[in-house]
Design a protein around this ligand. Structure first.
Ligand code: SAH
Length: 585
């Protein structure tokens, strides 16, 4: 009778995180073999198994013993913490078997049972730091030359992997983590978030959030895993989070402006995709006419070297090809660009030259690190619709060659500027008397021009609304329109919330459907609201929407769902029915 080898990863250490298959296999085994500390961790699951525990450095003898016992017909559980296939016993067991010429068909049965590895358990305790492409690197140079480990750290750092460092430090191996930090700092900002987790899901669990610069000031030992964030990882409310995509912009409120679902997969929003890059490199082929330009391998090789951060001298560069003018001269200089994410506004790490980069012919030559794009709405004022030529020139100047100025139907221009330091821009715009507003799902106050200031009675109320509510984040963009007379020629009644000043008081319209083929105005819910009541009333309406609406729920849908806001009942909007006059009767 042939025995069986179970190679079991029992997860981080708590019984709650052991898989059922691992438990069953332990139950089924007659012999349990493992490192003493690990056997102690699962002791509570053992019944009458024979336990063979050994010291940490005796892995090879453990593996040999396990194979020997199985060949004698025993069912043997070889246990590893985490996953047995991640710096665990699985490989070693197979090595011993291979040495003996074992074959699955006629040798002892082997079952490797997966477990939760430290990268996963530690990530869960930190928030969601892995999320994107990640790797594990063991800093133990007992069996691996340090030079190779250093090269892997460097490659991973360069390629913007999230990195989980296993075996970061022991009593004798103390320099490796210091060296590792030095290498990482060459490619990543000192402010890169770093999570240090000791004994995840065990009794002495400790979770520390720090930065690449300060990580060595914290305890790091044999039971610790260190997770290094990538260039877009950020910390929010003591959680380390790596956003999944590379598409992030930021605006005045320092909120991320994720792409709307329908925009997500558009080509222009993915300038980094392989297809887009190929297209950018082959403009003629893209146009579908003329002969294809022969692919310039020398230029491409140079570009890849530069992406990889390998220095190329100016002389080599010009000799290779003049076609790579978009690439950074003299090879890469990773550190300064990496610092970008550190100077993003608090609570925010923005990324990537999205649609902007796609217009830039040098996009394909951009370094891997992401660029921050500052996004904000600008107007000459709430009531004032007139730009001065000086303001227009300033707008063009701050946008620069790579910025974008979008003209919108909301009495605002939207600026998108690649920069990590928006204060230089915002200060100049504000000094020129411009009104700056965040972009995205925020409350947007829109007013008319009050007949060029002639009918100015309601202007203070529009400004008060702007001050109290303008720019607040909302479940969905919320447009509040205020018009200064009964003509309402700026279409206030077409906005989510419409306010019309008439005969010294305000009329209120709610529930407009602002977009779509069945767009319609709001329903008048109140007339003659005394001016002093307007702002508090609006504050209450907006507060309720912000608190109770579902994410992405437009105001009119919210109003319909809740049926009542501030005592105003929801009513279906119906088009005015026109009756033909009956003539001659
Ligand atoms: N097979 C294991 C790794 C063994 S190497 C796994 O898949 O997780 C030992 C290293 O794993 C430790 O130095 C530490 O870096 C990491 N590790 C294992 N268990 C851990 C835990 N509970 N908490 C934090 N790190 C742990």
């Amino acid at each position: 009778m042939k025995g069986k080898l179970f190679v079991i990863g029992f997860g981080p250490g708590s019984f709650d995180h052991i898989t059922k298959r691992a438990r069953d296999a332990i139950q089924e085994s007659e012999v349990v073999i493992g490192y003493t500390t690990y056997v102690e961790l699962i002791r509570g699951l053992l019944t009458d198994q024979v336990v063979i525990s050994t010291g940490m450095t005796e892995e090879v003898s453990r593996a040999r013993e396990a194979v020997r016992q199985a060949e004698r017909g025993k069912k043997v559980a070889v246990i590893s913490s985490g996953d047995a296939g991640v710096y665990g016993m699985a490989g070693l067991i197979y090595e011993v078997l291979v040495e003996q010429g074992w074959r699955e068909a006629d040798g002892v049965a082997v079952e490797v049972i997966p477990g939760i590895s430290a990268i996963n358990s530690c990530a869960a305790l930190l928030g969601a730091p892995v999320m994107h492409d990640a790797c594990t690197i063991s800093l133990s140079d007992h069996l691996t030359p340090w030079e190779l480990i250093a090269r892997r750290i460097e490659a991973a750092a360069q390629a913007d992997f999230v990195i989980a460092l296993y075996n970061p430090r022991s009593g004798r191996r103390t320099r490796q983590i210091v060296e590792a930090q030095q290498i990482l700092l060459r490619y990543r900002s000192p402010a890169t978030p770093v999570g240090i987790v000791k004994s995840a899901y065990r009794e002495r669990q400790r979770v520390v959030l720090t930065t690449l610069a300060e990580m060595l000031e914290h305890e790091i030992g044999m039971l610790t895993t260190v997770i290094i964030g990538n260039s877009s990882t950020f910390v929010y409310d003591d959680k380390m989070i790596t956003p999944r995509g590379y598409q992030r912009k930021y605006t005045l409120t320092a909120d991320e402006q994720p792409l709307k679902p329908h925009e997500r997969l558009r080509k222009e929003n993915e300038p980094w995709a392989l297809d887009s890059q190929a297209a950018a490199r082959e403009p003629q082929a893209q146009c579908g006419r003329g002969a294809r330009t022969p692919f310039d391998w020398a230029a491409e090789a140079l570009r890849l070297l530069q992406l990889a951060g390998v220095g190329v001298s100016a002389a080599e560069e010009s000799a290779a090809s003049p076609a790579v003018s978009g690439a950074a001269p003299g090879g890469s200089a990773p550190a300064p660009a990496a610092a970008a994410s550190t100077s993003a506004p608090a609570g925010m790490t923005a990324v990537s030259a999205a649609s902007l980069a796609s217009r830039d012919t040098s996009a394909s030559a951009q370094p891997l690190r992401q660029e921050l794009i500052f996004e904000c709405a600008v107007s000459p004022g709430l009531a004032n619709k007139k730009w001065t030529p000086a303001q227009m020139m300033l707008l063009a100047e701050v946008a620069g060659e790579r910025g974008e100025i979008e003209y919108t139907p909301h009495h605002q221009m939207i600026l998108r500027i690649p920069t990590a330091d928006p204060s230089v821009i915002t200060e100049r715009l504000r000094a020129a008397g411009l009104l700056l507003m965040p972009v995205g799902d925020v409350v947007r106050i829109k007013a008319c021009d009050f007949c060029d200031g002639e009918k100015k009675d309601a202007i203070p109320y529009a400004e008060a609304l702007q001050q109290r509510l303008g720019g607040l984040t909302a479940p969905k963009e919320l447009r509040v329109g205020l018009n200064g007379c009964g003509m309402a020629c700026y279409g206030a009644v077409q906005e989510d919330i419409g306010i019309v000043y008439r005969k010294g008081a305000f009329d209120l319209y709610l529930g407009a459907k602002t977009v779509g083929r069945n767009a319609h105005p709001g329903v008048p819910v109140a007339e003659g609201i005394p001016p002093e009541q307007l702002v508090p009333l609006l504050e209450r309406i907006v507060a309720r929407y912000r608190e109770e609406a579902f994410p992405n729920e437009r105001f009119h849908k919210f109003f319909k769902r809740v049926g009542e806001i501030e005592g105003f009942a929801y009513r279906e909007w119906t088009a005015v029915q026109r009756e033909d006059a009956v003539c001659g009767s």
